[in-house]
Design a protein around this ligand. Structure first.
Ligand SMILES: [Zn+2]
Length: 93
């Protein structure tokens, strides 16, 4: 006959439950984020032409990046500009 220590079992269960609850919370947060993302995408459909240079945005890109407004060239140009741009908050020294 196996002897179980009730305290150990309780602790394990509690830990497992807490982990499960944490996972559920994380999941519901992720779901909310996804939902918000989808709502934004629905509000802003992918552009057929680049907002910056007016070039065609290939359908593959529009499908891969829902809500896309720029061609790959302009997008990477803007990302570089953004990366180079220093926010005043960052200079904490
Ligand atoms: Zn462009």
């Amino acid at each position: 006959m196996r002897h179980l220590e009730p305290l150990d079992t309780d602790n394990n269960l509690e830990e497992a439950e807490i982990a499960q609850i944490n996972n559920l919370q994380r999941n519901s947060m992720a779901v909310n984020e996804l939902r918000q993302q989808l709502e934004r995408q629905r509000a802003q459909p992918s552009a057929e032409f680049c907002e910056e240079c007016g070039e065609d945005i290939p359908q593959a890109r529009r499908e891969a990046v829902p809500g896309v407004q720029f061609c790959i060239y302009c997008q990477s140009k803007m990302e570089k500009l953004r990366a180079n741009y220093r926010r005043p908050d960052d200079s904490s020294e």
